[in-house]
Design a protein around this ligand. Structure first.
Ligand code: URA
Length: 440
């Protein structure tokens, strides 16, 4: 097999054979390929398209490029993955609730990507939290706690790691079969029984229109099911940030409030919907409604808080920090931003839109995300909404706080102000749009 010949075949629009795609991934992993060839192949995939068969082969090959976990067959292993959003902190209340029902969550989480935040970065804003775990620590975590959250390091789908870094700089991120193979290769390597996918649609998503998001959801669900993992996708709105906070430590604080039963309604609702999908899939809940109530109850009765603190403790967070998180003395744990400035409205009416893409990009520029791979994140930087879509406002009301360390330029302030559309329509956010299951 020859890489230039495979490249020419794809460039001409022909379907590649399994062995050709496997060879490409093998070369990527062994470093026996030039980065220009990887870039060319990715661009050819995007321009000429990948068939379903090619997408399945690529996903499997990427998954098998690293370790595929094998757990105790009696365990009910589950996980969730989001295609990426702004203010998306659903993972935290979800991992606090789901393991309480005996389910095991071996979670591989990502870093921030473009304007979207990353679970790993958010957790690292908690002093002491260790995101990279050894194989032995992972196994013990599942046995003793029921959950761990690690990053994609070492031998977890290494082919995706290389391809991803090249997609990021060749404008080949947003092609659905590549998103699908990237996400599913990582998730299927976790050794799961069931998986819930949060597929975002809207201006703040990487997936685009509802139609495109549905197509991606169907593709991932079918691949998951084809590989024996019960996979369900929940399509959710990502025009508006989730909850009221964007930025690493701000989001952790809001998540803790949700875990304590005092969080924003939309965050709690999405978490309950996704948690219920997993409880039903594992046979622990008999209906979606029952599952949602079971999850909601853990936020009210304190059990989710105890579980979340156990997960943090198991990954290095000290007892004193945990006590402050429990009591809500967040300022004793997180450093606060040097400056907090406000955005006010000059108009009365109702908030018709809060542009998630604009606020996600602004948060990156405030230091809450990376512009270059090696950038250091400023955990306290971000935006706290005081009002959101659907709220009525009066002239002079504060819409948001901007938390920063001196990086707020006048132009950036204008971009944040322009993210709010004030009009007459007070229609509230509808987060959960539809559910896609295998074979339907
Ligand atoms: N998340 C991933 O892990 N990969 C993608 O391609 C997009 C979102």
């Amino acid at each position: 097999l020859s890489l230039p010949e495979i490249l020419l075949k794809k460039r001409s629009g022909e379907e590649l054979l399994n062995e050709e795609l496997n060879y490409f991934i093998e070369c990527v992993c062994k470093n026996e390929i030039d980065r220009s060839q990887i870039g060319a192949m990715l661009m050819a995939f995007c321009l000429r398209g990948l068939t379903t068969q090619e997408t399945v082969t690529l996903t499997k090959s990427m998954m098998n490029s690293g370790t595929v976990q094998k757990w105790d067959p009696s365990w009910k292993t589950v996980d969730k993955h989001s295609t990426g959003g702004v203010g998306d902190k659903v993972t935290f209340p979800l991992v606090a609730a789901v393991p309480l029902f005996g389910l095991k969550m071996p979670m591989v989480a990502g870093r921030g990507l473009g304007h979207t935040g990353g679970t790993a970065d958010k957790l690292e804003s908690i002093p002491g939290f260790q995101i990279g775990l050894t194989e032995d620590h992972m196994r013990r975590s599942l046995e003793e706690v029921g959950c761990y959250v690690t990053t994609q390091f070492g031998n977890i789908a290494p082919a995706d790691k290389t391809l991803y870094s090249i997609r990021d700089i060749t404008s080949t991120v947003s092609y659905p079969p590549l998103i699908c193979s990237s996400i599913m290769s990582k998730k299927l390597s976790e050794g799961l029984g069931s998986l819930v996918l949060d597929v975002k649609t809207g201006v703040g998503s990487v997936t685009g229109s509802l139609e495109q998001a549905e197509g991606l959801a169907r593709m991932m669900v079918d691949i998951g099911a084809g590989m024996g993992v019960e996979t369900t996708a929940v399509l959710t709105e990502m025009d508006t940030p989730i909850g009221y906070t964007i930025g690493n430590s701000l989001e952790i604080i809001e998540s803790l409030e949700c875990i304590k039963g005092q969080g924003p309604t939309d965050l709690e609702n999405i978490t309950c919907v996704q948690g219920a999908v997993l409880l039903c899939g594992a046979g622990v809940a008999s209906s979606q409604e029952e599952g949602e109530e079971m999850i909601r109850k853990t936020f009210k009765d304190g059990s989710a808080l105890e579980m979340f603190l156990r997960i943090l403790e198991n990954q290095g967070v000290k007892k004193e920090t945990l006590d402050f998180l429990k009591s809500g003395e967040y300022d004793k744990v997180f450093s606060t931003a040097k400056y907090v400035e406000t955005v006010t409205t000059e108009k009365s009416g109702a908030i018709e839109a809060v542009n998630a893409l604009a606020l996600g990009k602004a948060t990156v520029l405030l230091g809450g995300g990376r512009q270059l791979p090696g950038d250091v994140i400023e955990p306290a930087a971000g935006i706290k909404l005081l009002r959101t879509k659907g709220d009525k406002v009066e002239e002079g009301d504060i819409l948001a706080e901007i938390h920063h360390d001196g990086r707020l330029s006048p132009a950036l302030r204008t971009r944040i102000e322009d993210a709010f559309t004030i009009g007459e329509n007070d229609k509230p956010i509808k987060r959960v749009l539809s559910v896609v299951k295998a074979g339907r």
